[in-house]
Design a protein around this ligand. Structure first.
Ligand code: GUN
Length: 291
């Protein structure tokens, strides 16, 4: 058996085409969605991400505002910028690229963003809204994984899902989204016992641990759907958290790295910016972009 390869790159491209059409429709009403991205310091991976976010934002017709600040920026200076962006009517979405340089208080910075402009979905109010089933801004990477899962599997109700990793950015919100779709969800992490046995029970396995080729072929239930969120830079290039070749032989479907979840993250950031813009202008949520 060989797994179906879930083409996140193609799915993301189709999604961006649809978003561009929605942006054009908003432009006809005199509305231009705007996304502000804030990068503090010079982390090389973050610089790459921020550049592609800006490019793709402009490509679909949205306004992109990039703010690059030195690593020496103080907490007060960063908070002052966020306060300005919160007040700026041309800015519908605000993203502060993480991780922040040492000395800056990440939680305080995130919670200073207006919740309705928090296109990352990291503000404590959005986290709480997601957890309680209320209308929220939803973190981009798990939202992208959810779209791929629904597209491939249809209903997720009753399926056994194991999420590997408990980060605020991926693992925890992923678990919330799967639960909201009535999957039976387990969150596993570095202290979980008998991890291979647990993974073998999963119909859906989402790997977000940041360890290259961590998930082995014999951890996979035959026919399972495997979502690989890992982006690990190794001597062999970019690899996921899943041993792709071994898992391919057992799984029913798998996302590749690169070309799987990665492209979905930015497409969902743009989707969230569109949703935030619609809400700011009293328009209904664009269909299919929110869980
Ligand atoms: N760093 C790694 N992933 C993300 C993300 O999704 N959003 C932000 N703001 N920073 C990140």
């Amino acid at each position: 058996m060989t797994a179906h390869i879930i083409d996140g790159k193609a799915f993301a491209a189709t999604l961006r085409t649809r978003l561009a059409a929605e942006v054009a429709a908003m432009a006809a009403r005199g509305i231009t969605p705007g996304l502000a991205v804030v990068l503090v310091g010079e982390d090389p991976a973050s610089q790459v991400y921020v550049r592609s976010k800006g490019r793709m934002t402009r490509e679909i017709g949205m306004a992109s505002f990039e703010h690059r600040l030195p690593a020496t920026t103080s907490q007060a200076e960063l908070l002052a910028l966020i306060a300005r962006l919160n007040e700026d009517a041309a800015v519908n979405g605000i993203l502060v690229q993480l991780p922040l340089p040492q000395g800056l208080d990440e939680a305080a910075v995130i919670n200073a963003i207006r919740p309705d402009k928090d296109v990352d979905g990291f503000h404590i109010l959005n986290v709480g809204r997601l957890a309680t089933g209320q209308s929220a801004m939803v973190p981009c990477t798990p939202l992208g994984c959810l779209m791929l899962l629904r597209d491939h599997l249809g209903s997720l109700a009753g399926r056994r899902a194991v999420v590997l990793g408990r980060s605020n950015i991926v693992g925890k919100p992923m678990a919330q989204l799967l639960l909201r779709d009535s999957a039976t969800v387990t969150i596993a992490h570095s202290r979980t016992r008998d991890l291979p046995d647990l993974c073998r029970q999963a119909d859906i396995l989402v790997a977000a641990v940041g360890r290259p080729h961590f998930v082995q072929g014999d951890w996979i239930r035959p026919g399972a759907t495997v979502i690989d969120v890992g982006i690990n830079r190794t001597d062999d290039g970019l690899v996921g958290d899943v041993d792709f070749d071994a898992v391919m032989a057992v799984a029913g479907a798998i996302t590749p790295v690169p070309g799987g979840v990665g492209p979905m993250t930015i497409a969902c950031l743009l989707a969230n910016t569109l949703t935030a813009t619609a809400r700011a202008n009293g328009l209904p949520d664009p269909e299919g972009l929110t869980p």
